[in-house]
Design a protein around this ligand. Structure first.
Ligand code: KG4
Ligand code: ZN
Length: 333
């Protein structure tokens, strides 16, 4: 029997805990913090305080749901970075104390690697080497995944993340945070009538600051002509913005697949929950003969199940952390 591990995720605005046994996620609990909705973005200090309130009940509940006693744990994993320093500190302090008390190994997980390893929670699992488009609120990357623990970023955004482009544009439309899922919802009811420019960035890199500005000016000009422009055209505006962002993502992914001649293609991270991206990926896969891997919704946005999956492979590789390790808000891999 493989290891039984507890994993904790606290990098941003979700407090989550999961139990994995022999590579199988037995339970995964996510407490989402609604406190940020009124602020148009995550407020770091409020996130840390909410993690502090949530962490004990969330860990207690996942142990209970999985029917695992803490004495049965072989190790404890947590998100070491990237993320918000204060939020990471809450998770790190909690797991260090618990690992010390139980005298079991501590496993420091990279959040972005974990988003990719979410693909190994259930079948079908991608075959190595594969490409993963990792799209979240803080990152936009194309990653060449050579094995569970050997990954290389081959393209990334030079400014904003695509999730930020969704959220900030949604804010301009007067929608609450996080706006990405709402853009998705309205886009389903509209048509991509308006176009926005792609950015010229070399190689496999992305840039989303141009489209954000173009969107701002577009709304400003349209509102001058008709001050009810947003409310009258919300669905078409959302569909147009979403279409443009998806095209930007897929054009780079296509380029990467051609360049490396890899047809095993996965997506990961919060934005991979986007229904437009999921269906556009399916059509592209059909045209290009790709085998595509799209995570289940619960494993797209931040969750400890993916941290637990990464921890499983790190445990097998004996990749343990010492108790004096500090969180790393800008952690790379
Ligand atoms: O991976 P994640 O939960 O947290 C980070 O690590 O950042 O990603 C959160 C991001 C937010 O920007 C959110 O708006 C976006 O994922 N997101 C979506 C959808 N669901 C979540 N964006 C577009 N469409 C969605 N359905
Ligand atoms: Zn994430």
């Amino acid at each position: 029997m493989g290891p039984t591990l507890l994993a904790v995720e606290s990098s941003c605005d979700e407090t989550s805990a999961a139990i994995i046994q022999d590579g199988k996620v037995l339970n995964n609990i996510v407490a989402t913090q609604s406190v940020h909705e009124n602020y148009g973005g995550v407020v770091p200090e409020l996130a840390s305080r909410a993690h502090q309130q949530n962490i004990v009940p969330v860990v207690t509940e996942t142990l209970k749901n999985a029917d695992i006693d803490k004495s049965e744990l072989n190790g404890i994993a947590y998100t070491q970075g990237p993320g918000l320093l204060g939020a990471l500190l809450v998770g790190a302090s909690f797991v260090k104390a618990m690992a010390y008390a139980l005298n079991i190994p501590l496993i420091a997980v990279n959040h972005m690697q974990a988003h990719i390893l979410a693909h190994f929670i259930d079948d079908p699992r991608p075959k190595f080497p594969f490409l993963c488009l990792t799209v979240s609120g803080g990152h936009t990357q194309i990653v060449l995944v050579k094995s569970h623990l050997d990954m290389e970023v081959i393209g990334q955004t030079i400014d904003d993340a695509v999730g930020e482009a969704f959220d900030k544009s949604a804010k301009l439309l007067g929608l609450p945070y996080p706006g990405g899922p709402l853009i998705d919802k309205y886009a389903k009811l509209g048509k991509p009538k308006y176009s926005f420019p792609d950015s010229e960035v070399p190689g496999l890199n992305f840039s989303f600051s141009g489209i954000k500005t173009a969107f701002l000016y577009f709304l400003r000009d349209q509102l001058k002509l008709d001050d009810a422009f947003i409310s009258e055209n919300l669905n078409d505006i959302a569909a147009s913005l979403q279409h443009a962002l998806i095209q930007m993502l897929l054009s780079r992914l296509n380029k990467a697949s051609e360049k490396l001649n890899i047809k095993e293609i996965a997506i990961a991270g919060g934005v991979s929950a986007n229904s437009g991206l999921r269906s556009a990926l399916q059509s592209t896969a059909h045209e290009n003969n790709w085998n595509i891997y799209i995570p289940e919704f619960q494993y797209c946005t931040d969750n400890a199940g993916m941290i637990a999956m990464a921890a499983h492979y790190q445990y097998l590789a004996k990749d343990f952390a010492s108790l004096d390790i500090s969180p790393n808000p800008r952690m790379k891999f």
